[in-house]
Structure formats: structure tokens, C-alpha cells
Ligand binder design. Structure first.
Ligand SMILES: Cc1cc2nc3c(=O)[nH]c(=O)nc-3n(C[C@H](O)[C@H](O)[C@H](O)COP(=O)(O)O)c2cc1C
Length: 212
């Protein structure tokens, strides 16, 4: 199999300016709803990029947990590589790869911390085993073995037996506050539709079509 021979035709319905909501958040929410309705795997998964102190980018998948006027919210270990990088250099980009719909959306912006009370509320809604895992895993740090991780999980399960698991102080939410969105719809013959939203000086969203 030669990778260079793997290709497919992208045949999404066209995207024209009159289809677009003037508010990119509403446009994102509409496409997210369509990704969910279409039964795509992990429709809320987004590839999140951060930049380290040496200027090196890195990426990973996180799940979008809220999308409102304040921004795009996700949760993570605040001592992880991504969180350390994003808190030190609070700019990020996130990409939703909705390939089953021949679509991608990328969002760029600033990073803000989610208030503690909001993180508490979300943490309390998670399955208990996920809560225990948050305590057990020193995310992004070297681990001696799988056995050590399983032992840490069992230790936390014993520690919190019979009572609610509180949110670890090192676990919380981050919010990507969008400054730029791009909506990409695949079309025939690689003549895709791309629209960028950017804020003008008066804070209004301006929409521009880009060449594919
Ligand atoms: C589908 C999927 C969803 C994920 N969701 C999250 C998430 O919401 N939060 C999180 O911290 N890690 C999530 N992860 C794990 C991250 O991709 C990553 O491995 C982890 O956060 C450590 O990243 P870092 O070392 O770059 O900080 C997810 C991974 C996948 C594949």
C-alpha cells in the first residue's frame, strides 16, 4: 500500500456566505449539533495545540465541555504539559476534525482559567472512577509502570471510600476565548469552501472567504 495513493473525493454540500451565522459561536454550535446527529465518533473531541517556552508546538485531543459566549471550555490536570504551557503562554488553537462530514473547524485565541466553583461543579458531575483517576494520575509525568498507576488508583479509591471525591487542587478547567475561527467544508476537486471570522477594531466579527 502506498500512502500517496490513499485519497478520497470530498463531496460535502457547499458552504456559502449566506449559510453562515453572523456569530461564529452559533455557527460552531450548529456544526457541532450536526456532528452529533451524524453519529461521528467523539464529536466533541478537539485537537488542542500549545507552545512551550522554547517555541515548540505540541498537540493532544481534549473534549469540549462547554461552548458559550465566554469561550470553549475543557478540563485537564493543571500540572500537565498542556496546562503548564498554556498558563505560561496563554494562547492556543483547537481543531475539530469532523472528517465524516468533510469538515474541520479551527479556533484560535487566548486561554483563561475556569473559576474554581465552575470546575467543582463539573468535577462533581463526572463518574466516580474518573474522579479517582484524576487524583491517581500525575498527568504528563514519567510513571514507573502500569502497576504503579493501578496501585495509585486503588489507593485513592480506599482513601475516599464511602464519601464524595473532591476536585483535586491540581485539576481544573481552561477556556479558549476565540479571536479567530475558520470553517472548512470539503468540496469536489479539492475546491473546498473556507470562511474565516475575525474581529474588527470595533469588536464585530468580519467574515472572509479564503482560497482552499
Ligand atoms: C478522545 C480523547 C479525549 C481526551 N480528552 C481529554 C480531556 O478532556 N482532558 C485531558 O486532559 N486529556 C484528554 N485526553 C488525553 C490527552 O489527549 C492527553 O494525552 C493528556 O491530556 C496529556 O496531554 P499533555 O501531556 O500534552 O498535557 C483525551 C484523549 C483522547 C484520545
Amino acid at each position: 500500500m502506498k500512502l500517496e495513493d490513499l485519497r478520497r473525493e470530498y463531496t460535502g454540500h457547499g458552504l456559502s456566505r449566506r449559510d453562515l451565522d453572523p456569530d461564529p459561536l452559533q455557527q460552531l454550535r450548529a456544526w457541532l449539533a450536526q456532528a452529533i446527529d451524524a453519529g461521528l465518533v467523539d464529536p466533541t473531541a478537539m485537537v488542542l495545540a500549545s507552545v512551550g517556552p522554547d517555541g515548540r508546538p505540541s498537540q493532544r485531543v481534549v473534549l469540549l465541555k462547554d461552548a458559550d459566549a465566554r469561550g470553549l471550555t475543557f478540563y485537564t490536570n493543571l500540572e500537565s504539559r498542556k496546562a503548564r504551557e498554556l498558563l505560561a503562554h496563554p494562547r492556543a488553537s483547537a481543531l475539530f476534525p469532523w472528517l465524516g462530514l468533510c469538515r474541520q473547524v479551527s479556533v484560535e485565541g487566548r486561554i483563561e482559567a475556569v473559576p474554581e466553583a465552575e470546575a467543582d461543579r463539573y468535577f462533581a458531575s463526572r463518574p466516580r472512577d474518573s474522579q479517582l483517576a484524576a487524583w491517581a494520575s500525575p498527568q504528563s509525568r514519567p510513571l514507573a509502570s502500569r502497576r504503579a498507576l493501578d496501585a495509585a488508583f486503588a489507593e485513592q479509591a480506599a482513601r475516599f471510600a464511602g464519601r464524595p471525591v473532591p476536585r483535586p487542587p491540581f485539576w481544573g478547567g481552561l477556556r479558549l476565548v476565540p479571536e479567530r475561527y475558520e470553517f472548512w467544508q470539503g468540496r469536489e476537486n479539492r475546491l473546498h469552501d473556507r470562511f474565516v471570522y475575525e474581529k474588527d477594531g470595533a469588536g464585530r466579527w468580519r467574515i472572509q472567504r479564503l482560497a482552499p
